[in-house]
Design a protein around this ligand. Structure first.
Ligand code: URA
Length: 237
């Protein structure tokens, strides 16, 4: 059971219908619950079992949205920002909804996988220090990787400001490219880790969160909803 007010339910599920819009539609007899025309916009419905239609079209109830974005550079991971466009501004109208936020941040100049969701519990589970899910980054560097780089990552690195990092994994692709897996999410962490090794990140892209790979078919700035099995895999460690 998930009992809600009808007007709240409809305006929540359909970004283009406000609560007062629902009232108008109800007055015009355009809203039905289980086949019956509704008289009051604030009546209680069960979002999970009642069949709610507007203009005869069923509203498919989604308690939460889980959206994969291939973030381009120049966009910030925030719900609002006075200066730069936010990741939420990239959502198409049909995926816009109150309560969405980016679960975890990428720097403005970093590309790749950002999860946008309305599910605060899941975001908390993904990001809390005790249960932090791994995140995989593709990294390009200014200078060749140090010979001992793998070991430096594996043993838990100390950043230039004295901050200790958890053990992480580095997988070399060639002398100036690698993959890094982190199990925590400190500010500018990948960049600061390479700085501590006397190197510099020239390009950074997040390519995996938990057990979910960034969809290679998504161009920069494109989004798609996660499948139910991908939602489960977000928490894989
Ligand atoms: N590490 C960074 O330095 N930047 C990011 O955006 C993510 C991880």
């Amino acid at each position: 059971m998930d009992v809600q007010r009808l007007d709240k339910f409809i305006s929540n599920q359909c970004f283009d219908i406000s609560r007062s819009g629902v009232k108008d539609l109800v007055k015009k007899g355009k809203v039905t619950v289980n086949g019956k025309v509704v008289k009051k916009a604030d009546e209680k419905i069960d979002a999970e079992s009642d069949e709610i239609c507007v203009f005869g079209k069923r509203i498919v109830y989604k308690k939460h949205l889980y959206i994969m974005l291939n973030k381009p550079a120049g966009v910030v991971c925030a719900t609002r920002d006075g200066l730069s466009p936010t990741v939420l501004a990239l959502l198409p109208d049909e995926l816009k909804r109150e309560g969405l936020f980016p679960a975890g941040r990428l720097d403005k100049d970093t590309e790749g996988f950002v999860l946008i969701t309305s599910d605060g519990d899941l975001a908390h589970k993904m990001l809390a220090p005790k249960s932090h899910v791994p995140k995989l980054y593709y990294v390009r560097l200014e200078m060749p990787l140090a010979k001992n780089a793998e070991n430096e990552f594996k043993t838990g690195m100390t950043l230039l400001d004295g901050t200790s990092c958890l053990p992480a994994e580095l997988e070399r692709i060639n002398e100036k490219e690698c993959f890094v897996t982190l199990h925590e999410g400190m500010f500018h962490q990948v960049k600061r880790m390479f700085e501590a090794l006397g190197n510099k990140v020239t390009y950074l892209k997040r390519v995996k969160i938990g057990g979910v790979d960034l969809d290679g078919g998504l161009a920069l700035g494109e989004v798609r909803e996660l499948t139910p099995s991908e939602v489960e895999k977000l928490l894989l460690r």
